[in-house]
Write a protein of this length. Structure first.
Length: 158
C-alpha cells in the first residue's frame, strides 16, 4: 500500500493518514482540545514511551477525569492495579441482581431499602458465572455467584 497524507481533503477539518504503519520517533503523544478542558494548565500526554521502556496512558494523570474504555477491554499477560479499583454498584431493593451481564463481570450490590445504619452489613460482591445454567428455555437471565468476604473493618491509615 502506498502512503498518503490528506490535509482537510473534504473541507471537514480532518487530517487523514493512509498507511500500513505509522511510526513516530518521539516520547510523547499529546491529545488536547482546549474547549474540553476542565482547567487551563498542564499537559495532556495521552501516550508516553516512559523511562522504563513501557507505554503509559494518561501520563502523570494529565487528564483530570481519567481514562474511560468503552466497549470492553482485553488484558493479556496479567493485570496489576495500582490505586483504587472501582466496581459497578447496583442499588436495589432486596439485593436484586441484574438479569444481564457477561461472565466475569463484578458488581457490588447495596440494598437501598434498609436503614442507613445497617448499610455496612448489607453490601455484597457478586461475579457473573454465565447464562441459562439449569434454567428453562427462553429465560435469558444470567447467574451470579456471591463472593464471600469477611466482616467490615474500619480503615486505620491515610
Amino acid at each position: 500500500m502506498s502512503s498518503d497524507i490528506k490535509l482537510d481533503a473534504q473541507d471537514d477539518g480532518w487530517v487523514t493518514i493512509e498507511t500500513n504503519v505509522l511510526q513516530s520517533n518521539s516520547s510523547d503523544f499529546i491529545l488536547d482540545n482546549s474547549a474540553r478542558r476542565q482547567s487551563a494548565g498542564g499537559f495532556r500526554r495521552a501516550l508516553v514511551h516512559d523511562e522504563t521502556d513501557g507505554l503509559t496512558v494518561n501520563f502523570a494523570g494529565d487528564y483530570p477525569s481519567g481514562v474511560t474504555i468503552q466497549g470492553g477491554a482485553r488484558v493479556e499477560g496479567g493485570l496489576t492495579v495500582v490505586g483504587p479499583l472501582r466496581l459497578r454498584q447496583v442499588a436495589s431493593a432486596g439485593n436484586a441482581l441484574p438479569r444481564t451481564g457477561k461472565i466475569g463481570d463484578l458488581i457490588v450490590v447495596q440494598n437501598d431499602t434498609i436503614d442507613p445504619s445497617a448499610l455496612l452489613s448489607d453490601i455484597s460482591l457478586w461475579i457473573c458465572i454465565g447464562k441459562t445454567i439449569g434454567l428453562p428455555e427462553g429465560n435469558d437471565a444470567v447467574w451470579w455467584q456471591r463472593i464471600s468476604v469477611g466482616e467490615p473493618v474500619a480503615g486505620t491509615r491515610d
